[in-house]
Write a protein that binds this ligand. Structure first.
Ligand code: 6GU
Length: 238
């Protein structure tokens, strides 16, 4: 999968080069290209923002650098390629696990990180012809810019690509995995030692009875979901 990220803070995205996501980039599972929006300005101050038409507080990102940056990212594409352009914004649709899976099923993502009050709306209007546009939010709170949200969405997406996770942390059991019907949250987990500071690992997990272990985990998961996320609980489950 190819991923382009356009930002005025390229260093903000460097954490993607760490750990399991970083390995996916090194192996070539992901072709990550981070672009500095200011490289597409032409004035001495490398200006990317201006005051809003109609008045109001804050600044708006100018369309010209975005137009050039997106033209550059889209250059040399094949006629049959239609990338998905993700615009992180608190006024977008809520990003969730099925959306991560949807993004992981595409072969080219472009993330456009806005700062200030946002990007001039004509940029999306113009590029809709060439890309599938998704305006996405990671939750109901306001960040200073899209970069932190792109770290979140890119990591959630990349870890779902084939070969990115080892067997040790498999995706099918994850919280929110579609296989966890009605009880999406994972319950408690334990490792050695069997007793730590007087606290014992639940006996069922050491019983060797796989059916009993599965039943116990399911019950824990149902309980956790109803306690922590009543909005996700399906109240007809044991
Ligand atoms: Cl995607 N961007 C910004 N700036 N703030 C957010 C967000 C995104 N999602 C939640 N808050």
């Amino acid at each position: 999968m190819r991923i382009d990220i356009i930002t005025i803070f390229p260093q903000y995205l460097e954490p993607l080069r760490l750990s399991v996501i970083g390995k996916a980039i090194e192996r070539g599972t992901v072709d990550l290209n981070v672009h500095d929006l200011r490289d597409f300005t032409h004035d001495r101050h490398r200006t990317v923002d201006d005051t809003p038409f109609g008045g109001g507080p804050g600044m708006v990102m100018k369309p010209e650098p975005w137009g050039e940056a997106l033209d550059a990212a889209l250059s040399n594409r094949q006629a049959d390629q239609r990338p998905t352009l993700v615009l992180p914004t608190p006024s977008g649709q809520r990003f969730d696990q099925p959306m991560a899976a949807g993004l992981a099923a595409t072969d080219w993502l472009i993330f456009a990180c806005g700062r200030y009050e946002g990007i001039d709306a004509r940029v999306v209007e113009h590029f809709r012809e060439q890309v599938d546009v998704r305006e996405l939010s990671i939750g109901d709170y306001v960040l200073a810019g899209g970069e932190a949200a792109v770290l979140v969405m890119a990591e959630a997406t990349i870890r779902l690509l084939p070969g990115v996770l080892g067997n040790a942390d498999s995706a099918p059991d994850d919280s929110f995995s579609p296989t966890r019907e009605g009880a999406p949250l994972e319950g408690p987990i334990y490792t050695k030692p069997q007793v730590w500071r007087g606290l014992e690992v639940p006996a069922v997990l050491r019983s060797g009875d796989h059916g009993a272990v599965a039943d116990w985990r399911r019950a824990q998961s149902v309980q956790r979901t109803s306690e922590q996320r009543p909005d996700l609980a399906q109240d007809d489950l044991g």
